[in-house]
Structures are given as structure tokens and as C-alpha cells.
Design a protein around this ligand. Sequence first.
Ligand SMILES: [Zn+2]
Length: 176
Amino acid sequence: MNKPAHLMGGVAAGIAAAKYIAPTVPYSGLVDGIVGSGVVFCGALLGSLLPDIDHRHSYIGRKLKIASFIISKTLGHRSVVHTPLIIFAFTAFLFFLSNELIGEAQALAKSFVIGLSAGMWSHLLLDLMTKRGIPLLYPFTKKSFRIANFKGGGIGDSLTTTGCAILIGLMLLNLL
Ligand SMILES: [Zn+2]
């Protein structure tokens, strides 16, 4: 999937995380309301693009050149960074790390990580629908799995973007 489709997935994931997940996570509650939702949302936008850091010519790869160069050279594209296990471990690590902060800083950091996690999962889900797939069961097998056969930039991008737009509309209208 291309950047616009991933961003649309990130918007949907961010709204869902702010609406359903963030309120259930016990933290100080110092940043609820519009600020908390905004931070979750920003995290989700970043998370929706972040896994492609393993691809030097991706949008995020061009923004974070040095990190992208190292990761793409050592790990390769659509490898470890595109696996559920690593995304779970990475976001869980950041979440527990935020426990070291106090007060409002901790609440802000946790809100951001909740959004980041939701955005990264949305990225995996969209890449799972592409021809190339993702190594879903890494490290048990490096085999790539997919649930659809879309090519990047093709009809799959239009379908997922439309699907995300419908989801966003339903969530904002409180119909979901
Ligand atoms: Zn990707």
C-alpha cells in the first residue's frame, strides 16, 4: 500500500484508539478530552508510516535517512519491522518505559504510545492485503502471508482508503 492508504488507515486507527482503547487504559487521566485524543491521533499517524522505515525510498525512510539506511541494510524491507511480534515488543517496551515518567508527561507518553501501536497495527493489516504480504509468524517462519493480492497503488489502495473513510465516518457519527 502507498502512503495515502496507510495514512488513511492511521486516521481510522487513531480515532478508534482514542475512542475505544485510550479510555480503558489506567493512567493518570490528566490528558483526557481533546488533548489526549490529539496525542493518540498523532501517534497513530506516525505509527501508520513507521514500519516502512525499513524501506529507504518510502516517505518515512526519506525523513529518517540514517535510521532507515541502517535498518534496511541490516534487516531488509518487509522483514522483522513488519512482524506482529516486533511491533508488540517495541510498543510494549515504550509503554513500560513511559512508566518512568511522572504526572502529565507519563499520561501524554502513554497516550502517544497507544496511538503509535494502533497505527503500526493498521500498517501491518494493510500490508497483509498486498501481494508481497508480511512475515506474520516470524520468528517461527520467515514465510510471508497475505489475505488479499493487491498491488501497491492499485485498486487495493482505493478500496482500503474508501473502507477506512466509511469506518471513520461511522465512528465520528457514533454509529460504531
Ligand atoms: Zn509496509
